[in-house]
Design a protein around this ligand. Structure first.
Ligand SMILES: O=C(O)CCC(=O)C(=O)O
Ligand SMILES: [Fe+2]
Length: 327
């Protein structure tokens, strides 16, 4: 189950490298994304103070009494933002697997501003819906927004690595990403005082939907597992100071499945290691502009090869995936 060879990518080194070195480093990322699409990013430049503030405010929020948290709950089923209480989501359902609900709660927030010119009622009602902010803890909103903004910038920089990895100009994806509709989710997997139901885990096996996920797992925590190319579950080790990133379904589609959107899950803490530990994480789900047309990249097709997928618009594609998993 251990995965000692989990790849770690030095983003700062990439950004200051020569064109030839960038190409070589991009080649390594291409190799990883063909295999699992999961890697760690170090030297990412996000200030530790921004990370620590968002992390501790999220923890303080989850520590509030349930009735206080419910004050910022999503107003109806399928509403994308606000507090989603325990056992309201079963991620395995996105792959048509029926399981008891995941043992987690989350707080979810959308884009920080509404770009001018967005008129599509579906966009306004879905990804540009208001985030239902909690009144407590004090400073939550500021810390959240600072983290969101930092991760939006980081995502753009990682997409430049991806462009290089695909043999495209470094800024190829930039025009798709100037009004991204990313979502930030703080997750709390509560201490397990009662035994889970059969088949019930912290996050059921799923793939992510978008272009890129940037995950901040609790330092030292266990439980996140991915399916390896040989079909076994492998643990993603926590790497101090690094984010774990993975590509989602939209990126697989964009690359005509040259890159894989790997199935992953979060399992319950093993009984022989305390058994009940709480776990927290923060997941930033990066998603191109609502209107961005995602058509298979020519760079991912051999000469004369037909694309497996037709074009989709980023926003409606995401909305369709999202609606399948909320109970
Ligand atoms: O909490 C984690 O480590 C992973 C969560 C995850 O995969 C998700 O929410 O999509
Ligand atoms: Fe995920």
């Amino acid at each position: 189950m251990q995965n000692p060879s989990f790849p770690v990518f030095d983003l700062g080194q990439f950004e200051s490298a020569s064109a030839a070195r960038k190409k070589a480093l991009g080649g390594e990322v291409d190799h990883i994304c063909r295999g699992t699409g999961f890697l760690a990013i170090k030297n990412h430049g996000v200030p530790q103070s921004v990370i620590d503030a968002a992390w501790s405010k999220a923890k303080a929020f989850f520590d509030l009494p349930p009735e206080e948290k419910q004050r910022s709950k999503a107003p109806y089923k399928g509403y994308p933002y606000g507090y989603l209480g325990p056992e309201l989501e079963a991620l395995a359902k996105s792959r048509d697997v029926d399981t008891p609900p995941d043992l987690k709660e989350s707080f979810n927030g959308g884009p920080l501003c509404l770009p001018p010119g967005i008129k599509d009622p579906e966009a306004l009602a879905f990804c540009y819906a208001e985030t239902i902010w909690p009144g407590e803890p004090e400073g939550f909103v500021e810390a959240w927004k600072a983290y969101y903004a930092a991760l939006e910038d980081l995502a753009l920089r990682i997409m430049r690595v991806f462009a290089t990895a695909l043999g495209l100009p470094e800024t190829y994806f930039d025009p798709f990403l100037d009004a991204p509709i990313s979502a930030l989710r703080a997750l709390n997997y509560p201490e397990q005082r009662v035994a889970p139901k059969p088949g019930q885990i912290r996050a059921g096996a799923h793939t992510d939907y978008g272009s890129l996920t940037i995950l901040l797992p609790q330092p030292g925590s266990r439980g996140l597992q991915i399916v390896t190319p040989s079909g076994e579950w492998a643990e993603v080790p926590p790497i101090p100071g690094a984010f774990v990133i993975n590509i989602g379904d939209l990126m697989a589609r964009w690359t005509n499945d040259r890159w894989v959107s790997t199935v992953h899950r979060v399992v319950n803490p093993p009984a022989d290691e305390g058994g009940r530990d709480r776990r927290q994480s923060m997941a930033f789900f990066h998603q191109p502009n609502w209107d961005a047309e995602i058509a298979v990249l020519d760079a991912c097709l051999a000469e004369g090869e037909a694309p497996k997928y037709g074009p989709v618009r980023s926003g409606p594609y995401l909305m369709g995936k999202f609606k399948a998993t909320t109970k």
